[in-house]
Design a binder for this molecule. Sequence first.
Ligand SMILES: [Fe+2]
Ligand SMILES: [Fe+2]
Length: 187
Amino acid sequence: MVDENELWILSFYRTSEISGALFFGRLARTMKPGEIQRDMTKHFSDESMHAWYWTACIEKLGAHALKLEQSYQDQYLAAAGLPVNIMEVLAITQVFEKRVIGQYSLHSSLPGLDPEIQATLRKIMQDEKWHIEWIRDALKGLESDYGKERVETTLKRFGEADLEVYRKTTDEHTERLQELINGGRRR
Ligand SMILES: [Fe+2]
Ligand SMILES: [Fe+2]
């Protein structure tokens, strides 16, 4: 049977993946023809699959996902402000995706992790790597429109917002993950 903290964390992942899918789905619909339109559509599709993978994983563990209100994305947008153009959207996403992959990789290193959770984390992390890559390339391509310096300043600004979000608002997630880590050591 799945541990209470674990169920909360997996449900939080699912909610965050749904928020990511909705965010990118809405954006993808507004993109003009081109590479960014293509990659953003794939990105949106990946995030919705991730939400399903977590739903299915929780089901295999004998539970149903909790209905949670908060997600990473809401916290990010609250701390960093709404991005005002496509370059800012990609910059905040780049910072955010790095944070997600960091959390997933930390989780996947927990001792005694259920194989179902491990397999789901591995599968999702493959896609998340590509997310970081395509956005990095797209941001490079946008340097001619926005200027290299402006892109770098924006990344730095969102990087700072990321640290703030991480310190303040992911507390519940971090605490629960920490409890899992401690629980793993006790076993
Ligand atoms: Fe994802
Ligand atoms: Fe992603």
